[in-house]
Design a binder for this molecule. Structure first.
Ligand code: IPE
Ligand code: IPE
Ligand code: MG
Length: 245
């Protein structure tokens, strides 16, 4: 039986998050410039978006650029932004045809005007789509997200909109950039690195983590199905005993 047929539809996650890592090393291994790795990272994005839609997964969060990535050489950042704009332009029709909604998390105000405008346009265009929601984490930092939430809460408390007694998990989550989006059940990181790199710190409290040595440009549907199969074989206990779940 092929990998896809082994998946049990009722046991699929509704939200998968991916740290798409290893583009630079993939290119270097081939004696090519890092940007070639980023360019080659577009095909696997197609693959996971398409596969998620086919499987009926509701949310796919893709970590594309971290706040820390602003510290990279200027030409790499510039090339990445150019790649983002050209990919948006190329993919718009396909996203619409497939009923995909695009959202973003992260501080887009740090982006140059063209990529920011293109992203806003695409978000508006796809806002009413009801299929898969793709959440692009761009210029994202989980710590900044939490600090921003704290700032907003302090402001609302000052204005009397919220009291310490009222604060709870549901209200706190409404202050995060992921408000309204369920936590990911599965987080995949490619390239063999075993760390979180400032991604979704609050939201992954009980997420299943999956690390694969495959570099992102080599990641294909088959690798995605393997991660999903691995997820389906885990016992999610949420603090309880095996007998209780
Ligand atoms: C991930 O690949 C893409 C971004 C962070 C933008 P890297 O560029 O981090 O590739 P490596 O980790 O250096 O191989
Ligand atoms: C994490 O990858 C960010 C993205 C994949 C966008 P990095 O390559 O920036 O992470 P570190 O620096 O290895 O932790
Ligand atoms: Mg990396």
């Amino acid at each position: 039986m092929n990998l896809k047929d082994q998946l049990i539809p009722e046991r699929l996650p509704q939200h998968v998050a991916i740290i798409m890592d290893g583009n630079g090393r993939w290119a270097r291994k081939r004696g090519a410039a890092r940007i070639f790795g980023h360019q080659s990272g577009v095909t696997p994005v197609h693959d996971v978006v398409e596969a998620s839609g086919e499987l009926g997964i509701k949310y796919l969060t893709l970590y594309a650029f971290s706040t820390e990535n602003w510290g990279r050489p200027a030409d790499e950042i510039e090339n990445l932004m150019l790649l983002l704009v050209s990919t948006i332009k190329k993919e718009t029709k396909k996203l619409m045809d497939n009923n995909v909604r695009l959202m973003t998390i992260g501080d887009l105000s740090k982006l140059a005007e063209t990529p920011r405008e293109e992203l806003l346009k695409l978000k508006q265009l796809t806002a009413a789509n009801t299929g898969l929601t793709v959440i692009l984490a761009l210029s994202y930092s989980a710590r900044s997200e939490l600090i921003q939430a704290a700032k907003k809460i302090i402001g609302d408390a000052r204005e009397g909109k919220i009291t310490p007694e009222e604060m709870n998990g549901t209200i706190f989550e409404s202050y995060l950039e992921t408000a309204g989006i369920p936590d990911p059940e599965l987080l995949i990181r490619t390239s063999g690195e075993v760390r979180i790199s400032n991604f979704l710190l609050y939201q992954i409290a009980y997420t299943e983590l999956y690390f694969t040595p495959v570099f992102w440009p080599d990641f294909r549907k088959k690798d995605y199905y393997e991660a999903l199969l691995d997820f389906q074989n885990r016992e999610r206990r949420f603090g309880k005993t095996s007998e209780q779940v």
